[in-house]
Design a binder for this molecule. Structure first.
Ligand SMILES: [Zn+2]
Length: 415
């Protein structure tokens, strides 16, 4: 909470990139009670607000904080399952599950710290039954815990859907103002269709949000379509037969898609028709290219999605499938992979992520009325594309300050 004497403050930098409006040289952001009150030049904002404390970073760029649309906090840095394929990785992960109790909180704290030091101000975190919600809540970031459930643990599909709705409401009690909890239907291959459908329906009825993993691996595509392959060995469900359709078509049939849904990965087996389904249902996508690369999951057709107007944001996934929790590093990989320029890359890391999560009215760009969620980056001189220089710098450890709701939660610069 901002104390009374610090409720108004000016953050200024040599370059301000609001993302939804033109860059400002020698720019400033006026913050009042945690929210952005004005954006302009330091000269004009300083003149209009005499006596207000100014934090000025002349050599730096000031940008909106990163919005991570798909992450898992609970994986520690070491001990990732080996595996060049998604299914061998998943088998390794399941084998390691009994160890989880002893390491999840510490790993989650470390992952959250890493994200913050890379300028992340909002994180959509997914963990089984919301087990990493406490670490997200104490981290200082704003965010959502997507609470994954696995009906096999719970009873009938109806009981499972009922249980997870109740669990999410229980988890919401006592959370910080900007931390929430919502349901995640883990994936088409782990959650029974009836449980998935019922959970999604009740989410929708309550006006809540939903996260899923979708069309991530070649193994998932085979399992959904034909009912065969390595995932059948791992999740040998007696009543699962191939559906004869793609994971996206299956998710649509199961009523999992809609404007409130964020679907992670969409890396393998996503046809043009599937992209149309995502657009027509207004389903948002979390793009995690490093995780996809590391697990042999292919390349998501993100340019086609953007062209058709699908909402796309960036996600790091977790440490056991990705390199780190630096969303700008993830975005730089996407930019190189798809040939995106700096302006689009910076938007994907910030305002487009917010749009994908349905929170663009609250964060993701530097605009009056939004929360003061920002990062200060020491740029490394590059090819003359200021946005790309900033993304590259932030990807390479150049974030020096992270501010969430006007509060400094990370400051590497001694003032
Ligand atoms: Zn994931």
């Amino acid at each position: 909470m901002a104390s009374a004497e610090r409720s108004t403050e000016i953050f200024a930098a040599g370059l301000v990139l609001p993302v939804t409006s033109a860059p400002v040289r020698e720019g400033a952001v006026l913050v009042r009670d945690g929210r952005i009150s004005a954006v302009g030049t330091l000269a004009e904002i300083g003149r209009e607000n005499p006596g207000v404390e100014v934090r000025y970073f002349p050599q730096c760029a000031l940008i909106p904080g990163a919005v991570n649309t798909h992450a898992h906090l609970g994986f520690r840095r070491e001990g990732a399952p080996e595996g060049k394929t998604f299914s061998s990785w998943l088998s390794g992960l399941i084998e390691r599950l009994p160890e989880k109790e002893s390491w999840t909180p510490e790993a989650a704290r470390d992952s959250a710290r890493e994200a913050i030091e890379a300028g992340t101000t909002f994180m959509a975190e997914s963990s089984p039954y919301g087990e990493c919600l406490p670490q997200l809540a104490e981290s200082g970031m704003a965010g959502t815990a997507y609470v994954e459930f696995f009906p096999g643990d719970i009873g009938t599909p109806e009981e499972a859907a009922e249980f997870i709705g109740g669990k999410v409401r229980e988890l919401r009690r006592g959370l910080p103002e900007r931390v929430g909890a919502h349901v995640s239907v883990h994936s088409p291959y782990t959650v029974h269709a009836t449980a998935a459908r019922l959970a999604a329906r009740s989410t929708r009825e309550r006006g809540e949000r939903l996260a899923i993993h979708l069309s991530e691996s070649p193994e998932e595509v085979e399992f959904v379509r034909d009912g065969t392959g390595p995932l059948k060995e791992i999740f040998s469900s007696a009543d699962w037969a191939g559906q004869g359709i793609s994971p996206v078509a299956y998710a649509e049939k199961t009523e999992l898609l809609g404007p409130e849904t964020i679907a992670a990965h969409l890396a393998t087996g996503v046809s043009e028709g599937d992209v149309d389904v995502l657009r027509d249902t207004d389903t948002a996508v979390a793009h995690c290219p490093r995780s996809n690369r590391n697990l042999g999951c292919g390349v998501s057709p993100v340019p086609q999605m953007l062209e058709k107007g699908v909402r796309v944001g960036m996600g790091t996934d977790g440490l056991w499938s990705s390199d780190d929790l630096n969303l700008f590093a993830e975005t730089l990989v996407a930019a190189k992979l798809h040939g995106f320029g700096g302006a689009l890359a910076l938007k994907l890391a910030t305002v487009r992520g917010a749009r994908a999560l349905g929170i663009e009215g609250e964060t993701g760009s530097l605009e009056a009325g939004k929360w003061a969620d920002l990062a200060i980056v020491e740029p490394s001189p590059g090819a003359g594309d200021p946005e790309m220089e900033v993304v590259e710098a932030a990807a390479g450890g150049g974030v020096v300050v992270t501010v969430v709701g006007g509060e400094l939660i990370y400051n590497r610069i001694e003032e």
